[in-house]
Write a protein that binds this ligand. Sequence first.
Ligand code: B1M
Length: 210
Amino acid sequence: MQIIEEIKTALMAGNMNKVKEGANKALEEGLAPADIINDGLIAAMSVIGVQFKNNEIYMPEVLVAARAMHAGMDVLKPLLAGDAVQDRGTMVIGTVKGDLHDIGKNLVVMMMEGAGFKVVDLGVDVTTEKFVQAVTGHKAQIVGLSALLTSTMAQMKGTVQALEPYRGQVKVIVGGAPVTRKFADEIGADGYAPDAASAVDRVRELLGVA
Ligand code: B1M
């Protein structure tokens, strides 16, 4: 459909106003809000994710695209009846205790939302207790731990251990510049992702969703 293509093009160009206009036009044409989100916003963010992973675009482009996606969501979300948007699962995410870096974590949040996941962002300096509470309180299927300091990576291990009783219900994914796959394996995380786009792929694999 022409209007959906227009929305996708505007989102990938990071044009907030055009995405908003497109969303309103699509509604006027009678499209369902959920279809506009799934076929327009989420589809375009998926393309952005692939381009970012392939180094065809860089962080600024991802950020403006995500901002444009949020502009579209602002128009469409209040109109959603029930859970018409594909519910791919709930993720709790945060930067671990003692660590205030959040730029990368925020990128992961945006990519996950763009891929149709509900994300509960706990922010930075998040204690193990807070992660556990949020996982159980929100019945999350995935928890994401981010760390940018070698000194705070150790926090991840404690959080993974504290989540042990819930591991049947929740998968743990870790990331951040000093984090490696080897480290993730050593602390018993289910997954590791080197960047935000790969985080979406890993979560999809772990949850077995498209
Ligand atoms: Co800080 N800092 N910093 N810093 N900082 C680093 C990380 C550092 C490498 C700089 C350096 O010395 N070269 C160094 C860490 C050294 C180490 O431990 N090995 C460092 C230090 C030492 C510090 C302080 C201790 C400095 C001081 O005060 N003496 C201090 C610590 C504060 C604290 O956290 N308690 C500090 C403070 C800060 C600022 C507040 C000034 C600022 C943070 C602002 C903010 O985040 N709101 C800051 C910044 C900006 C950086 C650098 C320059 C950039 C980090 C960044 O945002 N990168 C960084 C040096 C560098 O990396 N070149 C540095 C861009 C971002 C998109 O990448 O976060 O790696 P990244 O995220 C990627 C992936 O890692 C991955 O996806 C993202 C996008 O693809 N990813 C995940 C991230 N989380 C993921 C989670 C996942 C999956 C993937 O699943 C859940």
